[in-house]
Design a protein around this ligand. Structure first.
Ligand SMILES: Nc1ncnc2c1ncn2[C@@H]1O[C@H](COP(=O)(O)OP(=O)(O)OP(=O)(O)O)[C@@H](O)[C@H]1O
Ligand SMILES: [Mg+2]
Length: 324
């Protein structure tokens, strides 16, 4: 019997396709009550890992369980996991409602679930249109509706934001937050951090089949040190004061000072104490995208290491040995 926990647990998962080691020693746990992003560049192994979680391909080694069981051992899997791996497999001459009714019949769920699912994804008005004329965003919504038919506890979505316009992404964000807030589980992949950074609570980042980060998105943001950029009338006096307060300082080529790890408010307070006037202040925005790029390129210099390994952690560095 499954444990009903809503957890997805991946342990030491590997998949080789001939010479391609698509997924390498991948371990992570997806918890209920949160939206977990599964992020990595094209070819990182996301779809392969999701297919193993969903029992569509067999791991070379390692295991993936849902509620403590491999997918194929779940009783009534459609009532536990709803999945979208591909938003293209619709019969073009079928209407959205007809498509969902076919799936509902196969899953043994009542037709009333079809209308509910259409409502949930905002497709009720298009229910009787043929899917052949659907836009990519509408297909994504229909695929999500299909996954919701069994009223699942867990959603596994491969690139669900792909093809959605900003309004569609905002809608998806609201939908997934509400789904997770009810204590359910969401695992969604993306190759594009900006697309999902406001949607996900947690992130598992993979690069070349390996996990390079597993933790809260806020921890990732905090890992990149913020800087306050200021222009002072007496830079040297200010440097003395901020160093005394324990901050590092850099002189920028344009004459400004960069106070590392401080926000402009803290620097303004120190400047006032030192009798220094500030003419310009700017808090440097943390560029999460750049951090993601560095992580997935295997460049870790200067980034903190976290412990214990399954939370806020840069896992084993990929590419050591020169294979990046
Ligand atoms: N059936 C297969 N046969 C051979 N190689 C495969 C197969 N499926 C995936 N691969 C390879 O495994 C690696 C990972 O592919 P995968 O589709 O899992 O990446 P992904 O992270 O989902 O990428 P994308 O962002 O482009 O969707 C790639 O090198 C890919 O070519
Ligand atoms: Mg993929």
């Amino acid at each position: 019997m499954h444990d009903g926990s809503g957890r997805i647990h991946v342990q030491g998962l590997n998949k080789r396709f001939g010479p391609v080691h698509a997924v390498q020693d991948l371990s992570f746990t997806v918890q209920p009550g949160a939206v977990t992003g599964f992020l990595g560049p094209n070819g990182a192994g996301k779809t392969t890992a999701l297919r193993m979680i969903l029992g569509l391909i067999t791991p070379t080694s390692g295991s993936a369980t849902i509620n403590g069981l491999p997918f194929h051992r779940l009783p009534n899997p459609g009532g536990i996991v709803g999945a979208v791996l591909d938003a293209h497999g619709f019969h073009p001459n079928r209407t959205a409602r007809h498509h969902l009714r076919c799936y509902a019949a196969a899953m043994n769920v009542p037709d009333s679930q079809v209308d509910r699912a259409l409502e949930l994804v905002g497709l009720a008005a298009a229910a009787d249109r043929k899917t052949g004329g659907f836009s990519l965003g509408m297909r994504q919504r229909l695929a999500l509706a299909t996954a919701l038919l069994g009223d699942p506890q867990i959603l596994v979505l491969d690139e669900p934001a792909n093809g959605l316009d900003p309004e569609g992404i905002a809608w998806l964000r609201g939908f997934l937050h509400a789904f997770a807030a009810g204590g359910r589980t969401v695992l969604m992949s993306s190759h594009f951090l900006r697309e999902i950074e406001n949607t996900v609570d947690r992130l598992v980042i993979i690069s070349q089949g390996r996990c390079v980060y597993d933790g809260h998105i806020e921890e990732l943001r905090a890992a990149q040190q913020a800087r306050a950029l200021v222009q002072a009338d007496s830079p040297d006096v200010l440097v003395g004061r901020v160093q005394q307060a324990g901050f590092g300082v850099e002189y920028l080529p344009d004459g400004r000072l960069a106070v590392i790890g401080a926000d402009s408010r803290a620097v303004a307070d120190l400047a006032r104490e030192a009798g220094v006037a500030l003419y310009a202040m700017q808090d440097e925005r943390i560029d999460l995208e750049q951090l993601f790029f560095r992580l997935t390129q295997g460049q870790y210099a200067g980034l903190p290491q976290y412990a214990p390994p399954m939370r806020g952690t840069w896992a084993d560095r990929p590419g050591e040995g020169g294979d990046v």
